[in-house]
Design a protein around this ligand. Structure first.
Ligand code: ARG
Length: 276
């Protein structure tokens, strides 16, 4: 993605100013047609950096208001997808949300446990393009540090973790069926880093969306069945113990020939705010 000067806005203005950059709509929203699809329940004890984004005001109390995934890269620094801070997801301006929180250390969103930490400010990549989903990244700064050592290192450009064919795992509390069956507990699905050509073929532009290898990463299951899905957005894709992607978009969930598209984390290293 194009490099931009990393600039942290004053917290009071951050949400209001930056969400103005995100118009309504976007390409190829993943249609609800399949199932973290093909996943298994996992424990946040083993993946403490996998956190949930929540607003009970906007999304109701049932699953603690979870609406997107996120991942901790520093004690007070959490990455998510830019589109998670947009009107299409939030149904309004992010600045209007008074109870934006990160939930850490809780497997089951319907129960207690773990910690809910308020988000102090959100930096939405000013180069995020809602038309193509390029640069789908936001950096949240928390009011208080997350407990323990629950942060994950990011894989820099050239890291072997990005190699096509490598095993990767995607984490989330999103839809497990493709029909709006949102998970109460954290799930993970094992996918493969796929060559850029797979996503170029699947998403050549037009209504299905356009894959841009410089800012996006392609991963999935060539046979279909394993994928991220709605509600997983912003959550981590991990390979070799390092963060390589954030759940961004796709066509359907787990359909053969329609891999998941992730924000390429290496493209953001070096210029986003709050890097450890
Ligand atoms: N846009 C979705 C979200 O906001 C994520 C979709 C990911 N889809 C996929 N097939 N990998 O939660």
């Amino acid at each position: 993605m194009p490099r931009v000067p990393a600039r942290v806005l004053p917290p009071a203005f951050a949400l209001a100013a930056l969400t103005a950059l995100i118009p309504l709509g976007g390409p190829a929203p993943a249609a609800a047609d399949s199932i973290v699809v093909g996943g298994r329940p996992v424990s946040v004890a083993d993946s403490p950096w996998a956190v949930a984004l929540s607003s009970r005001d906007r999304f109701g109390a049932e699953r603690a208001g979870q609406f997107c995934g996120a991942v901790a890269i520093g004690p007070t620094t959490v990455l998510t997808a830019a589109h998670c801070m947009g009107r299409t997801v939030l149904g309004g301006e992010a600045s209007g949300i008074r109870d934006l929180r990160v939930i850490a250390g809780r497997d089951d969103l319907s129960g207690p446990g773990g910690q809910e930490v308020p988000v102090r400010s959100a930096w939405v990549n000013p180069d995020y393009d809602p038309g193509t989903n390029a640069g789908d990244l936001a950096v949240l700064t928390l009011e208080q540090p997350l407990p323990g050592d629950g942060v994950i290192p990011m894989a820099a450009e050239g890291d072997a973790a990005y190699t096509a064919g490598n095993e990767a795992t995607v984490y989330g509390w999103g839809d497990t069926t493709g029909y709006g069956a949102y998970a109460a507990t954290l799930h993970a699905s094992d996918v493969q880093v796929l060559p850029d050509s797979s996503c170029v073929r699947a998403y050549p532009g037009g209504p299905r969306g356009a894959y841009d290898a410089s800012s996006m990463l392609c991963a999935g299951d060539t046979a279909g069945g394993r994928d991220a899905c709605q509600g997983d957005s912003g959550g981590p894709l991990v390979a070799d113990g390092r963060l390589i992607g954030l759940v961004s978009w796709g066509s359907g969930c787990g359909s053969p020939g329609s891999p998941g598209v992730y924000t390429r984390v290496s493209a953001a290293i070096g210029w986003m705010p709050g890097e450890p």
